[in-house]
Each structure stands twice: as C-alpha cells, then as structure tokens.
Write a protein that binds this ligand. Structure first.
Ligand code: PLP
Length: 397
C-alpha cells in the first residue's frame, strides 16, 4: 500500500467522475428484496428521472454492466448477422463500438474522419443519399468522443438522414455527454441511446442502459441475433424492464439521488456549468500554447469543442505519461491518458459531473506547476486565462 496522500484527491478524470456525498450516502445501505415496494418506488423514480434527462418517452432497458455491455445489448437487440450499419468514426470509442459490432456478424462501414475535426455533415449527407437501396440499417454516432474531446452535432445528423429520406435507425452513444451538455432524444429523432452511470450521472461504474424509441423496438422484433441476458423481449415482460437475474439494488438508490441533484440544479444550469468549466479549461490550454512547441487543444474545430472533457496534445517527443504520473504521485491529481494511437501523446482533463470552478482552477494550477517541473514547454498564464474566462462567463446562468 502506498502511504495516504494528505488532502483531497483531485479527480479530473473523464470518467468515472466524482460522486457527490449525498449519492454516496444514498447507497450506503443494506440490501432489500428487489420486489419490495420500497425498492420498486426507487426504481420507478430513477427510471422516470432518466427518461426526463434523456427527454424521451421511450423505453429504458438497464444492465448491470458498463458502457460496453450497453453497446453490446443494443447491437444484439437491433440487428441480425449480415446487417450493415454506418459508424461515424473519429476516435477510440467509435472504433471500439465498430469492433464489438463486427463480433456479432454485423457489417460495419466506417465513415472515416479526421479525428481532430470530426465528421463533415455535408459529406455524410452525400454518403446517405448515395445509399439509394437503403442497405444501411443504422447510423451510429458517439455524441462526445471522450478520447479526442470532439462532440458531434446530433441534430445535423438527423437532418442529413431526413434530407436523404433515409429510413436507417439513428443510434447515439451519450456515455460522456448525458448530464453534461444538451441532449434531447425524441426531439432530435434518435431511435436508440446508449448510456452509462459513471460520467455525467455522477455514479460508480456498473449500471448502463439503452433508451429505445418505437422504431428501435420495431427493429428489435425482427432481429434474430442470439441473446439471453440482454434480451429486450424478455425484459419487456418483466416488472423491471431490464434484469434477467438479480436486480442491482444499491445503484438505483444512488441514481435516484443523482437525478434529484441534477433536477434541483436544473438541467439547463447543469449544461451551462459544464460549458463554463469547459471554456475555462480551453482558455488555459490556449494560453499555455502561446509559445513554440507548447501544448495545444487536440480538437481543431471550435464548433465541436466538448464541454465534458478536454484532450490536450503535447509537443512531439514529450510523453504525457510522465506528466500524468507526476500529477498523481506528487500532487494527488488524476487526469486521463491517451487511448489507442493517442497513448502517451495526449492527456485529458475531465470536466464532467460534480465539479465547480474551484476544483477546475485547482487542477489547472497544478497542471501548470507540473508542466514546469516536467520541463514541458509552455507559456505561463493558463490559470489567469481560465479565471478571466470564468469571470466573463458570469451571469450566463
Ligand atoms: N463510449 C464512450 C463515449 C466512452 O467514453 C466510454 C468509456 O469511457 C465507453 C463508450 C465505454 O464505456 P465503459 O468503459 O463504461 O464500458
């Protein structure tokens, strides 16, 4: 065991994220029978709260899993081997989703894009319009690519589908966007949504879900993929709409409380807070980059900046792992690392979930300090720039 580090652990990870005290307290309880009225009330409250957060009247299927389980459940319930889907690329997570789907015999066409920019909607529109035989059964989009911090404009994807008069299902992964920035399932015409507990929902990892609208439920009826634990048909017959075995009781107490906190703050205020904090982090990175070979925002497209995570590219030849290790070992600050081809080249500051200005400024100041110690070229003044950004954004709420 390493000795305890004094003071707070600054958790600026892009998921899992900080868990509010009242959510921890709600989960600090003994188990009860999951068919008891006390539990049923909490389950119903959590499910209804999640539907409000998703802005949907659709079904919600829960799984005792992380996001990967929800991806798998969604794909096996909606498609049959041999079906073709279009995966909008752009980062590690879209590639994972594609790789997982292929394992089930689903043919994935990748819509390859520049990871630093994100998908071009006009080109996507052309691709959909060219599919006159409607071979594509679905378009899959990762709303917020957590590896690159590039966010996709989901309403524009809906518009591209509509303009092409394309009947494909529209699937969105909201694992690192839900509860962080704007998302509206029904209004944006999204048929199935994949989500997880450990990011904007401020819960431990281990509870994931799919929200499914009428078109997705109809597609489910004709999918012949083998499935058992994840089978939506079986789930629909159950009181719980989601558990083939024992219901994980404790996380639902946490979820009901987390959703209560979000509603108490007001969802639009939650989005505004994430935007404010995201802007502050981006201001700091831009200031650090005002020198030769300084750090830079990985996302090159300001219209696609993510309000839940910022991926920071370090100069050629500098490894981000050393910086992250210094931050953690010496300063008790946890940041995210690079995934896939970005391993060692970038680091990520998560600004999602239960976070405020003081926590972000503390993290940024420590990153600036550690970059100096690690000999990473950067201009000073990142924290001042973040403070200015926060000061300017006052009154947005
Ligand atoms: N999708 C996105 C956008 C993610 O950020 C993640 C994890 O960080 C996943 C999917 C995979 O989820 P999990 O790690 O919970 O299995």
């Amino acid at each position: 065991m390493t000795p305890r580090k004094p003071g707070r652990h600054f958790f600026a990870n892009p998921g899992p994220t900080n868990i509010p005290d009242s959510v921890l307290a709600a989960m600090s309880r003994n188990s009860i029978d999951f068919m008891e009225a006390d539990f049923l009330a909490v389950f119903d409250e959590a499910r209804a709260g999640l539907q409000r957060l998703l802005f949907t009247g659709g079904e919600v299927f829960f799984y005792a899993s992380t996001g990967h389980g929800a991806w798998e459940a969604t794909m096996v319930n909606l498609f049959s081997p041999g079906d073709t889907v279009l995966m909008i690329g752009g980062g590690f997570f879209s590639e994972q989703w594609a790789a997982l789907s292929r394992k089930f015999g689903i043919l994935v066409e990748m819509f390859d894009v520049d990871w630093r920019v994100g998908a071009d909607m006009a080109v996507l529109g052309e691709r959909l319009a060219a599919d006159t035989g409607h071979r594509l059964k679905a378009v899959c989009a990762v709303h917020n690519e957590t590896s690159t911090s590039v966010a996709l404009p989901l309403p524009d994807i809906r518009a591209a589908l509509d303009a092409a008069n394309h009947p494909a299902l529209f699937l969105a992964d909201t694992i690192s966007s839900l509860g962080c920035f704007e998302f509206r399932m029904d209004e944006w015409g999204i048929d199935a949504v994949v989500g997880g507990s450990q990011k904007g929902l401020m819960l431990p990892a281990g509870l994931a879900f799919t929200a499914a609208g009428p078109k997705a439920l109809a597609a489910h009826k004709v999918s012949n993929q083998p499935r058992f634990y994840f089978d939506w048909t079986a789930m629909l017959e159950r009181r719980f709409r989601g558990f083939t075995g024992t219901v994980p009781i404790t996380p639902f107490f946490g979820m009901a409380e987390a959703l209560r906190l979000i509603e108490q703050e007001g969802i639009e205020n939650v989005w505004a807070r994430h935007h404010r904090l995201g802007d502050a982090v981006r201001a700091a990175v831009k200031a650090w980059g005002q020198t030769n070979h300084g750090p830079e925002l990985y996302c090159r497209n300001p219209a696609r900046y993510s309000d839940s995570v910022t991926t920071i590219l370090l100069p050629e030849g500098v490894t981000s792992d050393a910086l992250r290790k210094l931050l953690l070992d010496r300063y008790n600050v946890s940041t995210g690392g690079g995934l896939g081809p970005l391993m060692g080249k970038i680091f990520r500051i998560g600004h999602m979930g239960d976070l405020n200005e003081a926590m972000i400024l503390g993290t940024l100041a420590t990153v600036e300090l550690a970059m100096g110690e690690a000999g990473i070229p950067h201009a000073k003044g990142g924290v001042v720039a973040a403070m200015e950004s926060l000061a300017e954004s006052e009154g947005r709420n």
